[in-house]
Design a protein around this ligand. Structure first.
Ligand SMILES: [Zn+2]
Ligand SMILES: [Zn+2]
Length: 321
């Protein structure tokens, strides 16, 4: 079959990849669409140095073989963390934290291929009427929804999202649904335009004077600050703009170490919450009901992966079938 491999240095396109093995609790999925995530780009920069295998973790597919006969022929999306099933994390609904977990496209074969196998319990049927082109946003949207699972957002207060990329856009749409007064702070006026139906927008530079953060009044600061920039400056800026007793939610996963003065956390009683993958069912529901919407994915054939990875579109991906 056709597949896009990571060989430890770069992406390699193959047409002779072996079909995935379908062990008893797993299902075989024919991939229809697969999207490139920033994590895939990070992998090409060395984020997962020990990984060798098929890339990709955001997909919509069709179940070809499954121990659950009701799934065969269904269009599905799937969660990416496959736990051991027996440890304390797996037994208490926290499979994504299993120490033995395999993550598709990061530590086991992923979805940039014609077929993939995945633990059957991780599959979620796509509701009637939701097109694969929108359903493919389920995984990143679920990650945005995780914030509302972790932090009670008081809609009478205010929140900021730092960053103007894809993840920030999904988080913004999710937080806008709560009714909280929302501001998106980014570096690119052109990208910020897309956020204006959902939030106030502000430029990062407007918070600085002579290269330093300017003195901010309490009114200008935020109760909730979501950091979604993908770089270290984001957490420093989050600490600058969060109110006393406020909450910072860290969404970007960057590999570097951040040099922070942690004394402000006890003094100002700031909470920091790390946030990763989230619930698929509510994400599918929001997409189906059209309560969130995203620009169309720019689709390529798998062999044209170089163009796909270089794309500046909101989301680029592969059409497999
Ligand atoms: Zn992703
Ligand atoms: Zn486990």
């Amino acid at each position: 079959m056709k597949a896009l491999y990571y060989d430890g240095e770069k992406a390699v396109y193959r047409e002779d990849a072996p079909m995935p093995q379908c062990t008893p609790n797993r299902s075989l999925i024919r991939i229809l669409l697969a999207d490139i995530c920033n994590t895939d780009r990070e992998i090409l920069k060395g984020y997962r140095p020990d990984f060798r295998g098929i890339m990709g973790h955001e997909f919509v597919g069709e179940v070809v073989e499954s121990p659950d006969a009701s799934l065969i022929g269904k269009t599905v999306v799937g969660e990416l963390n496959e736990g051991c099933g027996t440890c304390i994390y797996c037994r208490t609904g926290r499979e994504k934290h299993c120490l033995q977990r395999k993550v598709i496209g990061m530590s086991k074969d992923g979805c940039f291929a014609e077929y993939m196998s995945l633990a059957t319990h991780l599959l979620h049927p796509v509701p009637e009427g939701l097109l694969p082109e929108q359903a493919v946003f389920t995984e990143p949207l679920a990650a945005a929804l995780e914030i509302t699972k972790q932090v009670h957002i008081d809609p009478a207060l205010n929140a900021a999202v730092i960053g103007d990329g894809r993840l920030a856009f999904m988080i913004t749409q999710v937080l806008a649904l709560t009714g909280v007064s929302l501001t998106v702070i980014g570096k690119h006026p052109d990208k910020l335009e897309m956020f204006q139906p959902y939030a106030k927008t502000a430029l990062y530079d407007d918070y600085f004077e002579n290269g330093r953060i300017r003195a901010l009044s309490a009114d200008e600061c935020f109760e909730y600050v979501v950091e979604a920039t993908g770089n270290e400056s984001g957490i420093h800026f989050a600490l600058d703009i969060v109110r006393k007793m406020g909450t910072i939610i860290l969404k970007s996963t960057y590999a570097g170490a951040a040099n922070l003065n942690l004394s402000v956390l006890p003094v100002n009683e700031i909470s920091i919450v790390g946030s990763r993958c989230g619930p698929f069912e509510p994400a599918l529901k929001l997409l189906q009901e059209g309560r969130v919407s995203f620009p169309p994915v720019e689709l390529y054939a798998l062999k044209d992966y170089e163009q796909a990875f270089a794309s500046r579109a909101f989301k680029a991906g592969f059409r497999m079938k």
